[in-house]
Design a protein around this ligand. Structure first.
Ligand code: C2E
Ligand code: MG
Ligand code: MG
Ligand code: MG
Length: 290
């Protein structure tokens, strides 16, 4: 419906855009309260060894269940949380929650050696004392820093704080992951400046490794990323594996770790825990990363 403005003008165009921006403002405000209202929770997606199908870690993925809009995807609400700064508090909560969950799984015999990977927003890294606060949360859960993998996708230029944060955490034993590797948001200079140990091959390349036509290009890119990882002594994880052919192709290329809907979707904690039961995987969790 066109709206009459005070000037007598009738605003007929851009109605969708103004709806969208009003929705965004509402969401921004509601997001500030979402955590205290118990609307946030984590889903856990396993990271598998592609050969043995053993689970080596879980990635914690944030979920927001909005009372009217239902599940709001993180690609929508994380940028809003970054704009308001709410991501700092939310990010601390995500880390604490993921650490508590991992500590619980570590108490099971089949959870021993399991890692937990947590996504970080660049905004979190720019906070004073960010590294100390991160390590405090990990230790408060009774974990060792080496149990935790932190995923970074920098959207902006590399700031001094980021280098410091990554340096301090790397020195403490935390495993640093460069997420979405190969996309605009992560590039080779990070590998030079930060103590990265793990590269996540973006799903946009993984989805093409077996496809017809364009498949050739993605295959070459994945092969090149694996060669970079290999020559720098890094571990590669393929993300977004959806078919058995993709898994087989990645294995044949020498990629050791992977995650994706083929292997498991992100799951609520209780269901994720069931995957750890001995009958649902090969006996040995052969390796920890790093
Ligand atoms: P990401 O870290 O690259 O996470 C991978 C995304 O791919 C997840 O989407 C996951 O559910 C999805 N995915 C996994 N396997 C497959 C597959 O086989 N096919 C396809 N098509 N998708 C797959 P999700 O959970 O919607 O998260 C989107 C992004 O939001 C994440 O990308 C991450 O950048 C961000 N995010 C999620 N949780 C957090 C968080 O706690 N903090 C921060 N700062 N960012 C987060
Ligand atoms: Mg990630
Ligand atoms: Mg990713
Ligand atoms: Mg992503």
């Amino acid at each position: 419906v066109a709206k009459a403005r005070g000037s007598g003008q009738v605003e007929v165009f851009d109605e969708d855009a103004s709806h969208r921006s009003r929705d965004r403002l509402d969401l921004r405000a509601e997001l500030l309260l979402a955590r205290s209202r118990g609307q946030l929770h984590l889903a856990y997606q396993p990271i598998f060894a592609l050969d043995s199908r053993a689970i080596v870690a879980f990635e914690a993925l944030l979920r927001w269940t909005h009372p009217h809009h239902g599940t709001v995807p993180p690609d929508v609400f994380i940028p809003l949380a970054e704009e308001t700064g709410a991501i700092v508090e939310i990010g601390q909560w995500v880390l604490a929650q993921a650490c508590r969950q991992l500590a619980q799984w570590h108490r099971l015999p089949e959870g021993r050696g399991l890692g937990m990977s947590v996504n970080l927003s660049p905004v979190q890294l720019h906070q004073p004392q960010a590294a100390e606060r991160t390590l405090d949360v990990i230790r408060a859960a009774g974990l060792h820093p080496a149990d935790i993998w932190l995923e970074i996708t920098e959207h902006s230029y590399l700031r001094h704080e980021v280098t410091e944060y990554a340096g301090a955490l790397g020195a403490a034993g935390v495993h640093l992951v460069l997420d979405d590797f190969g996309t605009a948001y992560s590039n080779l200079s990070y590998l030079k400046r930060l103590p990265i140990e793990i590269l996540k091959i973006d799903k946009s390349f993984v989805s093409g490794v077996t496809g017809p036509g364009g498949g050739h290009l993605d295959l070459s890119i994945v092969r090149a990323i694996l060669a970079i990882a290999d020559s720098l002594g890094l571990v590669a994880i393929a993300e977004g594996i959806e078919t058995e052919d993709q898994r087989a192709a990645l294995r044949a290329l020498g990629c050791r770790l992977g995650q994706g809907y083929l292997l498991s979707r992100p799951l609520p904690a209780a269901q994720a825990g069931l995957l750890l039961r001995p009958q649902s995987q090969m006996p040995a969790r052969a390796h920890r990363v790093g």
